[in-house]
Design a protein around this ligand. Structure first.
Ligand code: HAM
Length: 432
């Protein structure tokens, strides 16, 4: 056995008590907004059968191909299916939707989730192996409607606004992929147009050319970008119906006064998307600038064994939101109402009764179980941002009082603790 320290796993991080208020604020704001939009919360397991992700996100997507974190210990038991930590929420929610036959119970199912996701990526600023998403999925038979897509996009912007991201801080990009047939047409067009420059593409894109040609469009390599920039994007691969849907979406967004930028190169990295796709980026995030993204996925429910049911959703990355809002973050305002300082063992005996009574009366209170100097205990009270310090020592015990110092106003007062109810003390601490 060595005593070597073990560090937090690469690409993960602790959320320490000093930062937890930022997370709680975001979660609280999100829940308030979901209530207004009539979304219900769902919590699915952190791991699922690997096949779920492979079938929904696509075997050739980076998320499955390179980043899926499979639970290797499971593989020893050849009877049980292989399991993987969830890299995103959509697949699990569709699995649950089908498993619970929700399509037979409700018209439109509007769900939200908040929780950790896992991807074995190369960590960098804004890119983690465990990160957290706030997401929504709206699933329902024949629910495909440009107004619904526009409403879902508005919701994502409302959420970001409530977290402190102003509209001027972020950019919304939209695009359409059309139906699976339209996507196929588009891939034929891309393959034909990129064929002559294939050898000039980066190594990754040369692979993508055969496996997942759409991903060449969002490659960050300069050479690949300049090749892609020469292509024409005129939506001629879309059917008339898909084009109409897209035009209606743009009109709906304009009607709702949602500014957007049309981005024909936006294809998204997951296979399940059809029709509307969108991405929201924030300026100060560096290369990992997407704070959120989503789109429509009309075939996934059927693909995973359910009925033909339409769906749309998005997910926002909490860590990236926190980076993007860093400059406006306020320190926590939480404080402790009272901190008891016991100056000797006998006083400590009495203090634990006082502590219990205060807590039962709903007064957040604490004490230091170690008898140390007044000065060092005052420091602890300060660290806990205690509004009142209750001092009890030999002198106070003999008079059956405690000395209560109001740390805000600076005044100190003796309060009787005669009898066992500590009523006077409770009254004094609660009237402020
Ligand atoms: P995604 O684009 O893969 O989509 O992820 C959504 C957001 O999660 C990203 O925009 C980013 O903010 C955050 N994110 C993703 N990967 C990481 C990472 N490694 N580290 C930190 N943050 C990350 C989805 O996950 C889809 N399920 C969204 C969706 C829902 N589409 C339809 N419904």
């Amino acid at each position: 056995m060595t005593n070597q320290k073990i560090a937090v796993a690469r690409g993960t991080s602790d959320i320490l008590p000093d930062a937890i208020h930022l997370w709680q604020t975001i979660e609280h704001q999100a829940r308030q907004i979901f209530k207004k939009y009539n979304y219900k919360e769902i919590r699915t397991p952190a791991f699922e059968e690997s096949a779920l992700f492979k079938r929904s996100l696509g075997q050739t997507s980076d998320v499955v191909n390179k980043q899926l974190l499979e639970l290797s210990s499971q593989k020893e038991d050849s009877q049980s299916p292989s399991l993987a930590l969830r890299p995103e929420g959509t697949a699990s929610i569709v699995r649950s939707y089908i498993e619970n036959s929700v399509d037979r119970k409700e018209g439109l199912t509007k769900l939200f989730y908040i929780g950790p996701m896992f991807r074995g990526e190369r960590p960098q600023k804004g890119r983690l192996r465990q990160f957290h998403q706030i997401g929504v999925e709206v699933i329902g038979p024949q629910s495909s409607h440009p107004y619904l897509d526009a409403d879902v996009i508005s919701l994502s912007l409302d959420l970001l606004k409530s977290f402190g991201l102003q509209r001027s801080d972020i950019k919304l990009k939209i695009n359409t992929l059309g139906t699976p047939q339209d996507k196929e047409q588009f891939s034929v067009y891309l393959r034909q147009s990129l064929q002559k420059d294939k050898s000039q593409l980066c190594e990754d894109c040369q692979n993508r050319f055969d496996r997942n040609i759409f991903r060449i469009l969002d490659c960050k390599n300069k050479q690949c970008q300049s090749i892609v920039n020469k292509l024409t994007f005129d939506y001629s691969h879309l059917s008339a119906e898909s084009l109409k849907y897209y035009q209606q979406l743009k009109k709906a967004l304009s009607d709702l006064k949602v500014d957007f930028e049309e981005s024909p190169k936006l294809v998204r990295g997951l296979d399940y998307y059809t029709h509307t796709v969108f991405e929201i980026s924030a300026a100060n995030l560096g290369s990992q600038d997407a704070v959120g993204a989503g789109g429509r996925y009309n075939n996934l429910v059927e693909q995973l064994g359910g009925n033909q049911v339409d769906a749309v959703g998005f997910a926002l990355g909490i860590e990236r939101i926190l980076i993007a809002t860093e400059k406006n973050q306020q320190p926590a305002e939480e404080h402790l109402q009272s901190f008891i300082i016991a100056l000797d063992e006998k006083s400590l005996d009495q203090s634990i009764h006082i502590l219990q009574a205060l807590r039962q009366a709903g007064i957040p209170s604490d004490l230091n179980y170690k008898i140390t100097s007044m000065k060092s205990q005052m420091r602890l009270a300060d660290k806990n941002k205690a509004r009142f310090v209750i001092i009890i020592g030999e002198n106070e015990l003999s008079k059956e009082v405690v000395a209560v110092k109001d740390m805000k106003e600076g005044q100190q007062k003796e309060i009787s603790i005669k009898g066992n109810q500590f009523k006077e003390l409770i009254q004094y601490l609660t009237q402020i």
